[in-house]
Design a protein around this ligand. Structure first.
Ligand code: NAD
Length: 424
């Protein structure tokens, strides 16, 4: 019996709806394993928690938090924690599912999970932020752990928040458990290279895609949406390779400079004032104009659902590198394919972060830490091996890279499911 989930009715372009349609597209390539595909269409476990804290002004505020474990057939759950006022259970379900696909696509021994709190951290004091983080960690403490589910940073969360999460979990279990989260500060069991890993992975996969397209990175024009951890690091690496960043958009607005924005100035200013703080370095334009800026490469590195059908019709990019999770809705995917635009999908393009998170977790368990060169060499090798295998699958079946990535990943997940068998 294929009953639909009772608690969610996704629309086509919602994150969970997007994910479900991505899974449907892979079914023809799964052979006999297709009988297990329903397991991917529902999360294994979803926890909703109340996060009450006393605010600095003495009032009591309640925030809603989530932790979803989508699939753990191949190993412990793995996935970030997002602090954002618009986070919903449905969104976290989709993000957790994309983690299942991503960890399998790069063949890490993990399943997929994700967490979030409906909160705008920019409106909290540092003390309130710490309280929210600690109470949330304590509430989800019943399902996370170094061997069960390992959170990490995502939108609006960082190494400090991971340190508080690690400390809270450790206090509750009565011993320092560094391996419970990744993306920690270096002196608390963090890994060299983790902060830049996702942006680096976007660059490594993008460089290979450009090579295969015959696109020279020197002089290539790039538009980047989202200028946080992922977008800004990827942009810097592309500039090092000779490309120029012609447009950047973040939550404060959009800045354009067809001669290339000076990142040495834009990056530090954006950290405090957002990209519009760099008025001197380019033109501030209405947000929708971002999608019209002439470019060769588009890097959506903000939130889901940003590349809509309308925007897919207008972009001049020949290559889309999905730094964000779920930035392209299925209809836009089809339009980009029809227009001959190559999309390197999120589930491989931004897998650099979880790969170095895996290195961090391994280093924590062995209490032996690697140097940054070793991390980057291993990261590049894992990303390139995964990408080449996915490309071979795409060529073999003449399918887009996204469907090929799902085919490779879903085969691994469903094979593990089949080999483990159903309990009881
Ligand atoms: P971040 O918080 O460091 O940066 C987010 C950026 O998006 C900021 O520049 C913010 O201003 C911008 N933004 C927010 N809302 C926006 C809007 N409505 N329009 C335009 N820009 C907006 O987050 P991050 O870690 O860089 O994550 C960005 C994306 O990458 C997310 O989809 C996340 O899930 C994904 N991702 C992150 C990692 C990681 O290691 N950090 C790994 C894999 C995927």
């Amino acid at each position: 019996m294929n009953e639909k989930l009772s608690f969610v009715n996704p629309t086509a372009n919602s994150p969970w709806g997007t994910y479900l349609s991505q899974v449907d597209r892979v079914v023809p390539y799964l052979g006999p394993l297709a009988r297990w595909v329903e397991t991917l269409k529902r999360p294994k476990r979803a926890l909703i928690v109340d996060v009450p804290i006393e605010m600095d002004n003495g009032t009591i505020a309640h925030f809603e938090g989530y932790r979803v474990q989508h699939n753990m057939s191949r190993g412990p759950g793995k996935g970030g924690v997002r602090f954002h006022p618009d986070v919903t259970l449905e969104e976290v379900m989709a993000l957790s599912a994309w983690m299942t696909i991503k960890t399998a696509a790069v063949n890490l021994p993990y399943g997929g999970a994700k967490g979030g709190i409906r909160v705008d951290p920019k409106k909290l004091s540092l003390q309130e932020l710490e309280k929210v983080t600690r109470r949330y960690t304590s509430e989800i403490g019943i399902i996370i752990g170094p061997h069960t589910d390992i959170p990490a940073p995502d939108v609006n969360t960082n190494a400090q928040i991971m340190a508080w999460m690690m400390d809270t979990y450790s206090m509750n279990v009565g011993g320092t458990a560094t391996g419970v989260v990744t993306g920690k500060p270096l002196h608390l069991g963090g890994s060299l290279g983790r902060v830049k890993a996702t942006g680096r992975g976007v660059f490594v996969t993008g460089r290979e895609a450009a090579r295969r397209l015959g696109m020279d990175l020197r002089g290539a024009r790039i538009a980047v949406q989202g200028f946080g951890n992922v977008g800004s690091v990827a942009a810097e690496l592309f500039v090092e390779a000779g490309a120029k960043i012609v447009a950047v958009q973040d939550h404060t607005g959009t800045i354009v400079n067809t001669n290339g924005l000076d990142l040495t100035k834009l990056v530090p200013i954006s950290r405090t004032d957002g990209v519009v703080g760099f008025k001197a370095g380019g033109d501030i334009v209405p947000n929708e104009d971002f999608w019209d800026v002439a470019c060769d490469i588009l890097i959506p590195a903000a939130l889901e659902g940003q590349v809509t059908a309308e925007r897919a019709k207008k972009t001049t990019a020949k290559l889309v590198l999905e730094g964000a999770n779920g930035p392209t809705v299925p209809e836009a995917d089809d339009i980009l394919a029809e227009r001959g635009v190559l999309v390197v999908p999120d589930v491989i393009c931004n897998a650099g972060g979880v790969t170095v998170s895996y290195f961090e977790w391994v280093q924590d368990f062995s209490s032996f830490f690697w140097d940054e060169d070793e991390i980057n060499v291993r990261l590049d090798r894992i990303m390139m091996n995964a990408l080449n295998q996915i490309w071979d699958t795409a060529d073999k079946h003449k399918i887009p890279l996204r469907t090929a990535t799902y085919a490779v990943a879903c085969e691994r997940i469903l094979m593990a499911r089949q080999e483990r068998g159903l309990y009881p």
